[in-house]
Design a protein around this ligand. Structure first.
Ligand SMILES: O=C(O)CCC(=O)C(=O)O
Length: 311
């Protein structure tokens, strides 16, 4: 990371890195995405059924605009189609920056997944920026270095000029101390503080996913939007991906260890994950100081998580 990049990253919470992929790498990835689209639409085998089940694809005007990230399906495509995405996993220009942004030992926590866009794609409401505060995605500084729990790398496979749609964010919001005003969240009242960076195919946007307020604005680019997002996290942060599948105490530890525990004891035996979608892991104390599982916490968490995960 250069000194200029470091300054910019710290100041605004995202960074556009130009020409991360070569033209032939972009072409290979686009071919693989065509293959994916075809499998999702026309595949009749078991693998296609699995893809459809997990990717929950959506099309608009015949263009694929969404494929989910419950499993890393792009890495699981048959050869040679998985290869462009496997190469991106440890792309040298990205590794160089993530080592500093997330700390050494960063890991893939979710994705890679696909976000598309075509004329008529709606606003993806702004989210993130510590609502609610999530220490594992927060932005922190200590001893002259900065640290971000979660950094998403979004590769562009089609061009978009500034304000032509796609990823949008509120620069500097990773340091904001106040909640996002409702009109800004929907961008009905963008308050002049939303940026929609321009990108060319092969560029990558790195952003503080969770710490910086971000979302997307409707697509107006000449060609359909194609972005692939890799959600990296610091080594000790667990948000999406496989972490949700192994948080259950009996899975994270083992059945015998947790057998016979009270619900309160079991609550602290859950594995790490953001928004675990179960009310088991939250504790509170009642008026008499007795520890109990907090059954009211989940709904509020779910609301925040829903906003966060919106497609
Ligand atoms: O690039 C986009 O469309 C926004 C991505 C986003 O909001 C997210 O990853 O949480």
């Amino acid at each position: 990371m250069t000194a200029r990049e470091r300054y910019y990253w710290d100041l605004v919470g995202h960074l556009v890195v130009l020409n991360v992929l070569t033209a032939s790498e972009v072409a290979e990835a686009n071919e693989a995405l065509d293959y994916l689209d075809d499998r999702l639409q026309n595949g009749t085998d078991e693998a296609s059924d699995l893809l459809r089940k997990h990717a929950q694809p959506r099309w608009l005007d015949g263009k694929l605009v969404w494929a989910d990230h419950t499993i890393p399906f792009l890495l699981m495509l048959p050869q040679p189609h998985c290869e462009p995405f496997r190469k991106m996993l440890a792309q040298p220009q990205i590794v160089r920056r993530l080592r500093e942004m997330c700390g050494e030992g960063f890991r893939l926590d979710g994705g890679p997944f696909f976000i598309g866009g075509t004329s008529g794609t709606e606003v993806h409401k702004l989210h993130g920026a510590g609502e609610p505060h999530k220490p594992y995605v927060a932005y922190a500084k200590q001893n002259g270095a900065s640290f971000t729990g979660a950094v998403t790398v979004s590769y562009a496979f089609s061009d978009a000029g500034a304000r032509e749609g796609g990823f949008a964010c509120v620069p500097g919001s990773h340091k904001s101390r106040y909640p996002i005003p409702p009109g800004l969240r929907t961008m009905d009242d963008a308050m002049g503080c939303v940026e929609n960076p321009s990108v060319k195919a092969g560029d990558a946007i790195l952003f503080m996913n969770g710490a910086q307020t971000h979302g997307a604005v409707p697509w107006k680019g000449a060609n359909a939007r194609r972005s692939i997002l890799f959600m990296y996290a610091a080594r000790s942060a667990a948000r999406h991906g496989a972490s949700r599948l192994c948080i259950d105490p009996a899975t994270y530890w083992d059945k015998d260890t947790v057998s016979g525990m009270t619900a309160e004891q079991e609550a602290v035996m859950y594995g790490p994950s953001s928004s675990p979608q179960t009310d088991g892991p939250y504790l509170d104390l009642d008026e008499d100081g007795v520890v109990q599982v907090d059954r009211d916490f989940l709904p509020s968490l779910r609301t925040a998580s829903d906003t966060f995960l919106q497609g």
